[in-house]
Design a protein around this ligand. Structure first.
Ligand code: AMP
Ligand code: ZN
Length: 500
């Protein structure tokens, strides 16, 4: 059996992964808070842990892995959104959950086995809080219940901080009902117009952290294998989950391997609304972003996986364009003889993923399989990373001769709808070569409009010597135009500029 090694935040080193029960490998990942479209950063943990899920299913069998990713559908951000918009909470959370699943589906993220909603586990949360009070780890005060951090000696072990460091570093909320500023909320009171549930401490709602402790316990048990999330959650969220779960179930060990993905940036900067580089997954998929073109889901996924999950990842348009070209050429090879291959993925790809999810290495290996014309191995191994090359090959954007306009959009409709002038080639065309080719087409069309046929034919013949075929087109609405078909995308642009 393939040996998997994973970097465990808890021990700060790579460890061999030994599941408690190979017949039921259990993983919990903190999911979205559903009040708005997922931004690009939110998609990173979904994609990273999807690759791990796929690897675990490959190694242990698809019926032997249980993956739980929760949905936080009670939270102050949701309440605020309902207040701002006047829309009912249930409508907001339901709609946003649907969007999330749609967007993640477009990125090739498999649905986890369980997607518990926090509001369906309020009873379990109340029971856990009652037990924490009874065992001296929590106290009720002024309608709130707080976890007593001093009652858990190992508090801070995951992030490797002392309680003093945490007080100094974190913006801890000081409140009169807290015995210690580090104590965190398990339950809080709700006003009549806020969502609330009856509890021994009055009508109220849970604090954020308790939901993951209650739901992981209900669905995975006291001890399970892997817990994941973004590294912004290490403290306080995961630290608090550990404290709650270890104190409520001292006989259990809670999660054994803690995995955290690093954050995502955009063009070298933090993604933020004020910098104008903030976008949602949906914005990218639909072309509502500064680049203006629709970034296909598999392209987003490819860009994500080209950086190791424990490194900060920089989203750039350039990477997206390269990813698109790579996927396009892989997809064309995958369908080149019309038979969809089955079989085992390449063992090197599996080994690379098993080495703490070396997705970049796996992609490099896929590129090598492409270069070696290993159609079957490429197709099956790409599937393990979540790329269905057969499906990609059917997408408009992956057609071998896509029509690329000046602003980089692709047209699927075919020659009849083409705008006037364009460049066609296998793979990407460097900007300067594209400009030079467009210039050439424009000159050629001008000679034709002027009925200077001799000059037009001479230009066409010269262009052909550089492997550029000029073709006249006529669109459905009767506009005459032209295309340059490039056989060599490395051609020196100045060679075309020199032709008249
Ligand atoms: P939230 O909906 O804010 O609770 O976040 C959902 C998930 O997205 C969590 O696992 C976060 O760690 C993760 N996340 C949020 N922002 C980023 C980012 N910029 N890069 C990577 N992951 C992020
Ligand atoms: Zn959580």
């Amino acid at each position: 059996m393939t040996e998997i090694t994973l970097y465990n935040t808890k021990t700060r080193r790579k460890e061999r992964f030994d599941p408690i029960d190979p017949a039921n490998v259990r993983m919990y990942v903190c999911g979205p808070t559903v009040y708005d479209r997922a931004h690009l950063g939110n998609a990173r943990p979904a994609v990273v842990f999807d690759v791990l899920y796929r690897l675990l299913r490959h190694v242990y069998g698809s019926d032997h892995v249980t993956y739980v990713r929760n949905i936080t559908d009670v939270d102050d951000k949701i309440i605020a959104r309902a207040d701002e918009t006047g829309r009912p909470i249930a409508e907001i959370t339901e709609k946003t959950t649907g969007w999330y699943l749609e967007d993640m589906g477009a990125l090739g993220v498999l649905a986890p086995d369980e997607m518990p909603r926090a509001t369906a586990y309020i009873g379990q949360m109340i029971a856990m809080i009652e037990w924490l009070i009874a065992s001296g780890h929590a106290y009720a005060a002024e309608g709130h219940v707080l976890f007593d951090v001093t009652s858990y000696a190992e508090y801070g072990a995951l992030s490797g901080r002392s309680v003093d460091d945490m007080i100094a570093g974190a913006r801890v909320e000081v409140a009169p009902y807290k015995r210690d500023p580090m104590d965190f909320v398990l339950w809080k009171p709700s006003t009549p117009d806020q969502p609330g549930w009856d509890s021994p401490w009055g009508r109220g709602r849970p604090g954020w952290h308790i939901e993951c402790s209650a739901m992981s316990h209900a669905l995975l048990g006291e001890t399970f294998d892997i817990h994941g999330g973004g590294n912004d959650l290490t403290f306080p969220h995961h630290e608090n989950e550990i404290a709650q779960s270890r104190c409520a179930h001292p006989e259990g060990g809670f999660a054994r391997y803690w995995l955290h993905n690093e954050m995502l940036q955009v063009e070298g900067r933090k993604m933020s609304k004020s910098l104008g580089n903030f976008f949602t997954v949906h914005d990218l998929l639909e072309g509502y972003w500064s680049g203006g073109w629709k970034v296909p889901g598999p392209v987003v996924r490819f860009v994500f996986l080209s950086t190791h999950y424990r490194k900060p990842m920089d989203w750039t348009e350039e990477k997206a364009k390269q990813a698109r070209e790579t996927l396009r050429k892989w997809a064309q090879l995958a369908v080149s003889d019309g038979v969809s291959p089955n079989g085992e993925p390449d063992s090197e790809v599996v080994e690379l993923l098993a080495e703490d999810l070396n997705t970049w290495g796996a992609i490099a290996r896929l590129e090598q399989l492409f270069d070696d014309d290993q159609r079957e191995q490429l197709t099956v191994s790409a599937r393990l990373l979540g790329f269905d090359l057969n499906e990609i090959a059917r997408s408009d954007w992956a057609q071998p001769f896509s029509y690329e306009t000046e602003d980089g959009r692709f047209y699927k409709e075919g020659i009849d709808y083409l705008p006037t002038v364009g460049v066609m080639a296998w793979g990407g065309v460097p900007d300067e070569l594209r400009d030079a080719s467009l210039g050439l087409v424009h000159r050629w069309l001008r000679y034709r409009r002027e009925k200077d046929w001799a000059r037009a034919d001479a230009l066409k013949a010269q262009a052909a010597q550089f492997g550029v075929e000029l073709q006249a087109t006529r669109s459905k609405n009767g506009v005459n135009g032209g295309l340059a078909h490039l056989s060599d995308t490395q051609l020196e642009p100045s060679k075309l500029d020199g032709l008249h």
